[in-house]
Ligand binder design. Structure first.
Ligand code: SF4
Length: 360
């Protein structure tokens, strides 16, 4: 049984401008100990999905339908008390801004201890000891002394380390990381990502990593789901996604990753922006930005198709993409070329795909 299985989840926000479908009929699963990346631009529905798992969608938002099965139990059917005992205990979340996750009037150590006293019934002394151990494990020097520091006495990177210690304090089975390094500079970003990966392995914790950056996913994740306008457009094991992306949006995201030794004057970007979720374009919602769009794309919504079987994808599908190419409804097909180049030698590692002109 999967640790987490999302089935046909739909989340809407009832705003003055109209009804926003932030997550539309979304299904996926995460296995125990697996690191799963969710990628897309702002407005793709990544964070709303994570908040739904914790049942933290507030008015005017509403989880309209679907199931969120955690260890086989539907979180949407649980009482508020049951959900509270799950949050911070079996499922923890790391937000992008550590500063807002920490309470400025309590010491860092107190905040880490609190969850263990509450969820695990630790005494004050036990919780203090374990918190100091965790601070040490996440790389805070002089952990015993720093236990009594207030959040403002920590740098941004140290605050995020403290938040990770807090998230792992109750040994959760699932860690939701929502853009955990966005507020940090690049060198600290690498350290924090390494730390999340290392601790997730050590604690045997599954990770759902939400990011707009495919480069971050490559470092950590086993599998990836790319989202666009509230829907999954591609799912794949991480290496397959990089060597052989199947959806034009994924190709666009990959073209815009900066690389060491890049000789391009400008990074390629995906033209346009995420559509207004109140009024999505008809047909494939990516069509106004897609270089391969044809007439059929403006009228027919592509289903998520299992690439191997050519049938509609299920949660078990290892490779899936939502493009009319996979239901033979495109006349010209997709025409791009993927070149993966070794940063050190400059040589091509594993060219794939059909002929064309777009280097990714
Ligand atoms: S269905 Fe059409 S518009 Fe959508 S991704 Fe495929 S080619 Fe592009």
């Amino acid at each position: 049984m999967a640790l987490l299985e999302i089935k046909d989840l739909t989340v809407r926000f009832y705003t003055q401008e109209g009804v926003v479908t932030a997550v539309d009929n979304l299904s996926y699963q995460i296995k125990r100990g697996e690191k799963f990346g969710v990628v897309g631009e702002s407005g793709a529905g990544k964070s709303v999905t994570a908040l739904s798992l914790m049942r933290l969608i507030d008015s005017p938002g509403r989880i309209e339908s679907g199931e969120i099965l955690f260890k086989g139990q539907n979180i949407l059917d649980m009482t508020e008390k049951e959900v509270r005992s799950l949050r911070g205990n079996e499922i923890s979340m790391i937000f992008q801004d550590a500063q807002t996750a920490l309470n400025p009037v309590y010491t860092v150590g107190e905040q880490i201890s609190e969850a263990m006293r509450h969820h695990l019934g630790y005494s004050n002394e036990e919780a203090r000891e374990r918190s100091i151990q965790l601070l040490d494990q996440v790389g805070i020097p002089e952990a015993e002394t720093r236990y009594s520091d207030y959040p403002h006495e920590f740098s941004g990177g140290m605050q995020q380390r403290a938040v990770i210690a807090m998230a792992l304090s109750c040994d959760p089975d699932l860690l939701l990381c929502d853009e955990p390094t966005t507020a940090l500079d690049v060198t600290i970003e690498t350290q924090i990502l390494d730390l999340i990966e290392e601790l997730a392995d050590e604690f045997d914790t599954a990770v759902q990593l939400i990011t707009h950056d495919l480069g971050v996913v490559a470092d950590i994740c086993d599998r990836v789901m790319v989202m666009y306008a509230g829907k999954p457009v591609e799912k794949a094991p991480v290496e397959e996604l990089y060597y052989d992306p199947k959806h034009p949006y994924t190709v666009g995201l990959m073209s815009s990753i900066p690389r060491v030794g890049d000789t391009r004057d400008r990074l390629q970007t995906i033209p346009g922006t995420m559509p207004d979720l109140v009024e999505l374009p008809p047909g494939c919602s990516f069509h106004p930005r897609c270089p391969f769009a044809e007439d059929a794309c403006t009228t027919t919504e592509p289903a998520l198709i299992d690439i191997e079987s050519s049938d509609e994808a299920t949660v078990d599908s290892s490779r899936a993409a939502a493009c009319l190419e996979y239901t033979d409804q495109l006349q010209n097909g997709l025409d791009y070329e993927v070149r993966v180049v070794d940063e050190n030698t400059g040589s091509e590692m594993n060219p794939t795909q059909t002929g064309g002109s777009q280097n990714v």
